[in-house]
Every structure is written in C-alpha cells, then in structure tokens.
Design a protein around this ligand. Structure first.
Ligand code: G4P
Length: 533
C-alpha cells in the first residue's frame, strides 16, 4: 500500500492543448530534452529536411506535417514520472483530442504570445473546463514580438473567463527578451544565448531582484519596468490559491519560448510541483474510485491499428486508474463480460516501445488488442468489475458514402472500415435494406476522410469510391414505440441510418429539417448523443 501511494504521488499525467502552430510539438520535444529522454532536440530546420519530431509516427503525419494521432510520451524528471498525452493539433482531429483529455489529470494550454487565444484553444479549453481539469498556461514564442503580457492576461479572463496568476514574468520587450522573473522564488533568471538554436539545454544565470550584477546586465530602464510590473501584479493581481487552480478557476501562467528553451526548465519544475497527481475517477454508477484502491482498474481511451507497419498490430491504450498493473495479468473486461489477458504491455516513446513489467495509476500502457476492445471500455480486477463513466460522443458533421472500388477487395475494405471505426478514427453507419454494400462514414473534420482513404490503401490494400453527402447534422433517434422510427414521416430531405450498435440515427442538411421532421412525428425525440435506453 505504501509503495502504491508513493508511486501515485510521483506521477503527473497531462495533455498539451493549443491551436495549431502555437508550438506544441516543439514544447513536447523540449520537455523530453530536459527530461533526458532525448539528447538533441531536432530543430525545426532539421525537421523540415525530413527528420521528424519524435512524437510523429504515421506516414501521413510526415507528409502533411500535421499530427494526426495522439502519442503518449513518458520520462522521469526530478523524482517524478511524467506522462505526456500528445494530441493532434489539427482541428479536424479534435475528437481524438477530446477522448485523450479523459485520460489526463491536468492540461497545459499553450498560447502564441503574438496571437493570444485562438479558436481551437477556446474549444479545447471548454472541454477541459467542463471536466474541471486544472489548466496551466504557457505563453510561447517569447523570443519574438508578442503582445503585452498584461493584455494577454486580460484576454484569458475576457475570452475564457479564467483568471491567471503569473508564476514568472517576462523581462524585456518586443522579442528582445532577456529572461524571466520568478515570482515565487523572487529570483531573476537571465538566459544566455549559446547559438545552439534551442537544440541543447539552455544556460542561464540567476540572481535576486537587488543583485547589482543582474541590474547591470539588464540596464536601468528594463530593471525599472520590471519592478513596476511586479508591483502592479502584487497589488492588483489575484492571490495564488491552489484550490482555485484545482477547480480550474485560476490558471498558473508561465512565459517562455519552446524554440529557444527560454523558461522551459522553470516551467517544467514548477508544473511538476503544482500539478495534481493521479486523481480519483467517476464510475458509471456515480461512485468515485480512488487511485489508491488496491485492485487494478483502467479504461481504454484510444485504439490504434497498424502503428508498426511491419507487424500490422492493433494497440489499445489504457489509463491505469487504480492498483498496480503487472505483466501477464488477467483482468475483467466489463464490456466483453470476460476475463482477458493483457498481453504485450508496452510503454511508448514514439517509435520506441518497451515492455512494461509494472505500471501504476496515472500511467498509460498499450496492450495488444485482438479486436475486442472499444473506446471507453473498462478493465478491472475480477473482484471489482467496475465500469467507468461513459466517454463523450460527438455527432459527426461531414458524411460520405463509401464503397470498395474493386469488389474482389471487399473483404479487406470491410475489415479496414470496421477496424478504423473501432479505433474511433471514423464513425460508421449503415442504411438498411438498400441491397448494395456501402457504408456511410461520419467525421468531424474533412481531413479525417483523407486519412481514411490513405489508410485503407496503405494498410488494407483497398481502394474506395467515396461520395460526400450533403448532410451536416446527425441525431440519434429515440421513441418509446420503436415502430414510429421504422415509419418515420417527412424524411424526403434526410436519411435514416444505423450506427455500429444498431441504434437509429437521422442525417439531415440543417437544424431546420430536424424541426420539420419532429413536427410530423409526435413521440419521436432527437438526441445529440446516443442513448441506449
Ligand atoms: P504545433 O505542434 O503546435 O503545430 O507547433 P510546432 O511545434 O510545429 O511549431 C509551429 C511553428 O512555430 C514552427 O515553425 C516552430 O519552429 C515555431 N515555434 C515553436 N516554438 C517557438 C518559439 O518559442 N519561438 C518561435 N519564434 N517559434 C516557435 P516552422 O515549422 O518553421 O513553421 P512556420 O514558422 O514556417 O509556420
């Protein structure tokens, strides 16, 4: 028990959320650099000449320069075990990000100093906020022109409704930043530019606010400005209050530059000190499961097929919620109603995988999936048989009819579509009794359709015919009397399909059509999320 408590206390599991291009890949890489997991961060130039960031592993990501899948990266730093849940930056893959956030205990919100709060930041912020995740904010790209830090704080408050407590404060203006002032340690850190362009750990000197050498290095004007800023923050700013941070009402704010490594170390250290250890999880029946419960439990938040093209395997990623995972363990799989052996348990550093002997709450492991797991599935010690709360399902907004191009490849095509749906890469619907073999695929972003086509060809050798449909709205249909659904009226501009669990779903062009159909079908309800009742 004591060992379990100690392991829990050391763990930090978080996701980085941001708008594309704010620097998430760069920051992730730098955290790995400081964590000793990599020794030389591939600078952006190196990445452009075909070396890719360690967190990218799918071919398509390399080609498009976007991060499609979420990878899980782990390293140790100053006695902590750090699990970073990397998420796709592109908004077309936001569903994957939402699901990954279910496995996090906190989030780091990355903001571009020149751009402030951007649309995708806002969306992801709300997903975290609804779950009351503590959010830490890192204002990035301090090495070049950025907005006034006071303005950025005001924007967080106005746009996101969250107050910020700056833990450090930038010294300098308009891209000519010299360092940061640490408000907790009351210490100035001045960065030394070593011309390594951020590929190595940055050197810096530290000193107190009244250190004459530091004042001289800064120059009187910068020094005076800094003193004024600090005074203003102390007088007019929020008090630091950990309870408010843990409730997601106050965000500890950091300034830095992931590219040049400004402020990366101090961010990492303070973040590890302040961010929560693995938190209790909510069960389907409303009970709370504490991580220190001795029996093992975990839930699947991501499934990925064919991560390694040489093996054609399928991996289910799970977050451990309580107890200890041990290699070779058999556990109860609630959704399958069976005891299963978790085989080939692995931890990940992008392409590098290592076999896990033991893992603890907060850790993410990937296990070999023979095709039995689904997103949100619960696994636990046989004594407990727990079921965790449901994962949010997001209604797709883009639909396409897909068919195999070559009917001889039908088998591969169906296998590919089914596996990619289980993986959560697409949602699949079927029309009943139409006599042709075709599926309706639903996605949130159009790039997901491109990925579907690419992966079907590359991983399943199946070409497809795809016809995008005009529908933009999907609603699950509910009626006490099921016959009402079979005889639904006014469907001229819509389509009735069935999801993978055979639940009826209606697809229409717009909200107006929904109302039109509702008016003609008393007894029928439309739901934005599936309901099994
Ligand atoms: P993402 O994962 O959030 O999409 O962002 P990524 O790390 O790929 O960074 C996007 C761009 O921003 C990259 O430039 C990267 O070098 C740059 N960047 C990241 N952190 C910093 C920083 O602290 N300062 C500055 N100045 N730039 C930073 P890129 O690949 O050259 O793309 P682009 O600039 O040509 O669009």
């Amino acid at each position: 028990m004591q060992e379990l408590l100690e392991k829990i206390e050391k763990r930090r599991t978080f996701a980085i959320i941001s708008h594309p291009d704010a620097g998430k890949t760069t920051l992730t890489e730098k955290l790995l650099l400081y964590g000793g997991a990599i020794h030389l961060a591939g600078s952006v130039k190196a990445r452009k000449s075909n070396k890719h960031a360690v967190s990218d592993w799918m071919e398509i990501e390399k080609q498009r320069g976007i991060s499609v899948t979420s990878s899980v990266l782990q390293f140790d730093y100053a006695g902590h075990r750090v699990n970073i849940l990397d998420t796709p930056g592109h908004q077309d893959f936001s569903e994957d990000t939402y699901r990954t956030l279910m496995a996090a205990d906190s989030a780091v919100m990355l903001i571009d100093a020149a751009k402030g709060v951007e649309p995708q930041t806002k969306k992801l912020f709300w997903v975290c906020h609804r779950r009351k995740l503590p959010i830490f904010t890192f204002v990035n790209k301090l090495d070049r022109y950025g907005r006034n830090p006071f303005d950025l704080m005001a924007e967080l408050e106005q746009v996101l409704g969250i107050h910020a407590y700056p833990i450090n404060w930038p010294i300098g203006i308009d891209g000519n930043y010299k360092g940061v002032y640490d408000r907790i340690k009351k210490q100035i850190e001045l960065f030394e530019d070593d011309n390594s362009h951020g590929s190595k750990i940055l050197k810096s000197t530290t000193g107190s606010l009244d250190d004459p050498q530091i004042i001289e290095a800064l120059g009187q004007e910068l020094y005076d400005n800094l003193c004024n800023d600090i005074e203003l923050l102390d007088l007019a700013g929020d008090e630091f209050d950990m309870t408010r941070v843990n409730n997601g009402e106050l965000t500890p704010l950091f300034f830095g530059s992931a590219m040049t490594n400004f402020g990366v170390r101090s961010f990492l250290e303070k973040f590890l000190e302040l961010s929560p250890q693995p938190q209790p999880r909510i069960l389907q029946n409303g009970e709370i499961l504490d991580p220190s419960t001795e029996e093992f439990s975990a839930f699947v938040f991501k499934i990925q097929a064919n991560m390694n093209p040489a093996h054609r395997d399928r991996i289910a990623f799970m977050r451990i919620c309580s107890g200890v995972f041990e290699k070779g363990m058999s556990v109860y799989h609630k959704q399958g109603g069976k005891v299963v052996k978790l085989s080939q348990p692995q931890q990940f550093l992008a392409q590098e995988r290592t076999i896990v002997e033991k893992a603890y709450p907060g850790d993410i492991i990937g296990v070999f999936d023979p095709g039995i797991f689904g997103i949100g599935d619960s696994l636990s010690d046989e004594k407990m048989k727990v079921q965790f709360e449901d994962f949010p399902v997001f209604p797709p907004e883009i639909f396409a009819r897909v068919q195999p191009k070559d009917s001889l490849k039908r088998k591969q095509f169906v296998k590919g579509i089914t596996q990619l749906a289980q993986e959560g890469a697409i949602q699949v619907f079927e029309q009943k009794d139409i006599g042709i073999e075709s599926f309706i695929v639903g996605v949130v972003g159009v790039l997901q359709l491109e990925v579907l086509e690419y992966r079907l060809i590359n991983e399943y050798s199946a070409q497809l015919l795809m016809n995008q449909l005009a529908y933009t709205v999907a609603r699950w249909v509910y009626a006490e009397d099921k016959k009402l659904i079979d005889n639904i009226k006014g469907l001229d501009s819509g389509m009735l399909v069935y999801d993978q669990k055979d639940r009826p779903v209606i697809l229409v062009n717009n909200e107006w059509s929904l109302n039109w159909i509702l008016e003609r079908n008393p007894g029928i309800q439309f739901l934005t999320v599936p309901s099994d009742v």
